[in-house]
Design a protein. Structure first.
Length: 78
């Protein structure tokens, strides 16, 4: 097997199993974080990352964020 054929087969394998590979990498990162910083700090980091991802995906424009802040502020503070 030559180098080019190996690269082609490897790239095809990665493409076909990309979700499994991403899941394994995420699991590895979380495992290392648990071992180094602890369970609850890792849990907090994962939760804040998910919240940041949610906000980043939801609000693309400054107007959306401004409308959201106006909606959540109670009327007595407006």
């Amino acid at each position: 097997m030559d180098k080019n054929q190996f690269k082609e087969e490897l790239s095809q394998f990665i493409y076909l199993n990309r979700r499994k590979i991403c899941g394994a990498l995420i699991g590895l990162i979380i495992g290392v974080l648990i071992l180094t910083v602890g369970f609850f700090k890792t849990l907090l980091l994962c939760l804040t990352t998910l919240v940041g991802y949610y906000f980043g995906a939801r609000w693309r424009f400054e107007e959306d964020l401004k409308d959201f802040i106006i909606r959540i502020i109670p009327d007595r503070f407006k």
